[in-house]
Ligand binder design. Structure first.
Ligand code: NI
Length: 174
């Protein structure tokens, strides 16, 4: 299991480097990220969130009664996006318990290298589309709070700071 970096943290704001080849080490990273994400009840996770500045994301939006998707993507690129947009509530494992509405293209086609270093394309809509776009943002240091109004951003950052302070007080020795 990998530790997830909680915002605000400068490591979440950096741009990740492309992967030259999906080798055994990258595959291991992808699998560890999937485990970490599932344990945290998330639907997506990007490598910078676990402190690795590589263009790697994992996504699994399958419901409990569906077959797991276990999407492992390196160097994802949007090759097509729909003209219609959709407004949806998004969360992020680096912003625990915070949600905000974000507007994004409703459908996208993404090209990527899978866990076996094969070039693949995925056409996504609904939650899967949102999730892939959200995780891809992380690779460029773009966060949920960068996609919302200044008012909403300040509100989320204030709540996170408060939660961090509270956690520190609780873990401090009496
Ligand atoms: Ni996120």
């Amino acid at each position: 299991m990998l530790p997830i970096i909680i915002a605000p943290d400068p490591r979440l704001k950096r741009k990740a480097e492309p992967v030259a080849k999906v080798d055994a080490a990258t595959r291991r990273l992808m699998d560890d990220m999937l485990e970490t994400m599932h344990a945290a009840n998330g639907v997506g996770l990007a490598a910078p969130q676990v402190g690795v500045l590589k263009r790697v994301i994992v996504v699994d939006t399958a419901r409990k009664d569906e077959k797991p998707l276990r999407l492992r993507m390196a160097n994802p690129e949007i090759v097509w996006a729909s003209e219609e947009f959709e407004l949806r509530d998004e969360g992020c494992l680096s912003f625990p318990e915070q949600f905000a509405e974000v507007r994004r293209p409703a459908k996208v086609r993404v090209r990527y290298l899978d866990h076996e270093n094969e070039i693949r394309e995925l056409e996504a809509e609904g939650l899967l589309s949102v999730c892939v776009q959200h995780e891809m943002d992380h690779l460029d240091g773009v966060l949920l709070v960068d996609r919302v109004s200044a008012l909403k951003r300040n509100m989320i950052l204030r709540r996170l700071a408060k939660a961090k302070r509270l956690a520190e007080t609780e873990s401090a020795p009496a």
